[in-house]
Design a protein around this ligand. Structure first.
Ligand code: HMG
Ligand code: MG
Length: 302
């Protein structure tokens, strides 16, 4: 099977990346990060989430961030909405796409959004309907598709079940997420194959956290199945506050470096992306969590 000739990356750094930061990051810094990502050529950016500020205080400035970014027509800006309240708040800020987020694991669903998988689908259904009626695209994130911090290994049949429910309520495309980064290429392929029973390959994306260093291998394995949409986080930021032990998403810089080497088009300027990663890492007071970015910065310095 040949690999795709192009890949579309959604940078989830401003949302998945920053949601887990203990220190409050000012809205102005988040806005500047979005700006630098779009200047680097990102065509999709997950900007923030409209969740309870008691659950995720870092995202409490969702309105300030969404209304502060300088939007480009060429970029799709997405936001997370767990329920009707979140959707109504988000709608006022005119996102291009909303994301409902469910889990293949019951335990994680309870911990993350305080309801069962079935209840989450009941909540999402009117949100999906309202979004589509308002001309807003709808993505569905599926967490814990290979492993769960509370239930352990997750069978592909659970992914099959969740993907079918997402399809049933009208979700247009889905993310196969390895929330805690325990997936290895074969397991990830099985989760994707379960999803492909319900969505065609153009509507399935890979979302891999890099906790065990497998995310690039998993990205490659997903491309072997024809997947060409991925989420990653500039500078490898992130993690989910309700997924104990999970570290950041695979770094966008590392993904782009690999894709450049494979001759796969992304439309992203790696040098400018490294600048974006350095900007946010400097703000957070740490080195970029991307080996490619560190190597490029060392080369520049030396
Ligand atoms: P709940 O406590 O069951 O909600 O939380 P509730 O309906 O009973 O409401 C409780 C309070 O929250 C009320 O306020 C509501 O108004 C308020 P009070 O009367 O107490 O003052 N509330 C809201 N406020 C703002 N925005 C809202 C909202 N909804 C209710 N949308 C809820 C249920 C879903 C709200 C909560 O569990 C929550 O916010 N969870 C979000 C957790 C989260 O953001 N996790 C991280 C994102 S998922 C992720 O990172 C995984 C992903 O990257 C893929 C992967 O890697 O797996 C996507
Ligand atoms: Mg995630």
């Amino acid at each position: 099977m040949s690999l795709p000739s192009k890949v579309r990356i959604i940078d989830v750094g401003p949302r998945d990346g920053l949601q887990n930061e203990k220190q409050m990051v000012p809205a102005a810094v988040k806005i500047e990060l979005v700006q630098k990502l779009q200047e680097a050529g990102l065509k999709e950016i997950e900007v923030t989430s409209y969740v309870s500020p008691k659950w995720v205080p870092q995202m409490a400035d969702n309105h300030a961030v969404m209304s502060g970014i300088r939007r480009s027509k060429a970029v799709r800006y997405s936001v997370l909405t767990p329920n009707r309240r979140g959707f109504l708040d988000a709608e006022a800020d005119k996102p291009d796409e909303i994301v409902v987020f469910g889990a293949a694991s019951e335990a994680f669903s309870h911990r993350n959004i305080n309801c069962s998988i079935a209840e989450s689908i009941e909540r999402f259904a009117p949100v999906v309907e309202a979004a589509k009626a308002a001309g807003i695209a709808v993505r569905g994130a599926m967490s814990c598709t290979v492993g769960c911090p509370y239930e352990g290994d997750i069978a592909p049949s659970k992914v099959d079940y969740l993907a079918g429910l997402m399809k049933g309520i009208g979700v247009e495309r889905v993310d196969v997420a390895d929330t805690i980064g325990v997936g290895t290429p074969g397991k990830v392929q099985k989760a994707i194959e379960a999803t492909l029973k319900h969505f065609d390959v153009d509507h399935v994306s890979g979302h891999f956290h890099d906790t065990y260093g497998q995310a690039l291998a998993n990205t490659y394995a997903a491309m072997e199945l024809g997947v060409w949409n991925f989420q990653s986080s500039v500078s490898g930021l992130g993690g989910c506050p309700y997924a104990k032990g999970a570290t950041g998403n695979v770094a966008t810089e590392d993904v782009v470096f690999m894709l450049n080497g494979l001759g796969i088009e992304t439309g992203i300027d790696l040098d400018r992306l490294v600048d974006a990663g350095k900007f946010i890492s400097d703000h957070l007071g740490r080195k970029p969590q991307s080996l490619a970015a560190v190597a490029i910065l060392n080369k520049r310095a030396g």
